[in-house]
Design a protein around this ligand. Sequence first.
Ligand code: PMP
Length: 390
Amino acid sequence: LVPFSGLSARKPDALLALIALHEADRRPGKIDVGVGVYRDETDRTPVMRAVKAAEVRLADEQPTKAYLGADGDVQYTALLSDVVFGSHRQEPRRFGLQTPGGTGALRLGAELIAHAAPDTRVWLGAPTWPNHAPIFEEARLKTATHPYFDMASGGIAFDAMIDALGDAAPGDVLLLHGCCHNPTGTQFTLAQWRELANLCNVRGLVPFVDLAYQGLGDGLEEDAAGVRQLLEAVPGALLAYSCDKNFGLYRERVGALWVQASAPGLTELVRGNLLALARSLWSMPPDHGAAIVRTILEDSALVMQWRDELDAMRARINAVRKALAAQHPALDAIAGQRGLFSLLPVDADAVASMRDSHGIYMPANARLNLAGLNARNLVAFAEALRPHIP
Ligand code: PMP
């Protein structure tokens, strides 16, 4: 047997390929609205000032780099749970731990589910973040798809979603974006969150919330309100969290996973399993990014600075949304959507043509990163888009 000859070829990641294409493009007016990072008005993804200040403090004052436990920096998780859960922070049925990014949280949650019940099916919306299906499938879980987005209205196809979930079986997992849906920018209303909680309770489904953009939609509290309401209403749930967007820490890989068990006695069992699984996956998560977040959250002046910077990011994204929506009636819905992304009402041919003719870089599904637009390129972008809008 030839080592590794049993492997089958895999498609390269489309977004990473897009980055390379954009890099290679020498046209001065090229526009990157593909890569999923925040960009300021000058097209940069700066390190937040609160983050820099925390890093300076860490460099001066960090006493050791000795190992932590498999749960990472427990003070980070405790302080972050105030941000995520607000007045709901005290919940004895819940256990949380630091993970390598939101991706690590999703994968660890998937492994926990696979160990608890290997035949579990995970329901994903169409569309969703392209990494969701691989994360669950690599953990040997089955995935199923329900309708999610209605391109005609730019809103959630909520009735069709609920209808499709009529086929879900007790114990199935329902993946939900906490806010700022990637790629559509849609969000559930509080009434819809209530209906989803009811559905989970009636059908015995376990919600797995992916909260990767808290603070980038309508505000830190607003963006978590639906999730908090859901968690209150259901017995068991998982929540994967990412600090990589709202602290601008992308490559530092900062996340957390919380699991809510359906009875206080189960929490200890969940905790032991999560620690054992984390130990075999990454032993312990990388420290630096979480230490930055902890250092900020420990200091009220740094918290204020971080919140101001986050407010400015959000305000800029929402201003770009309004400005782009004003360019064409078919783009109206974009003003009401939230977060970094919206799906444009054009097809893959249009995306390719905009790239060839104008140096505009978007994935084939026409997912637009609003933060790639600014006062200098927004009108040019809209002009290039206009002929393709049906
Ligand atoms: N969930 C969603 C919906 C995302 O968009 C992302 C990042 N693109 C993640 C999870 C993963 O975040 P992280 O970079 O922290 O792994």
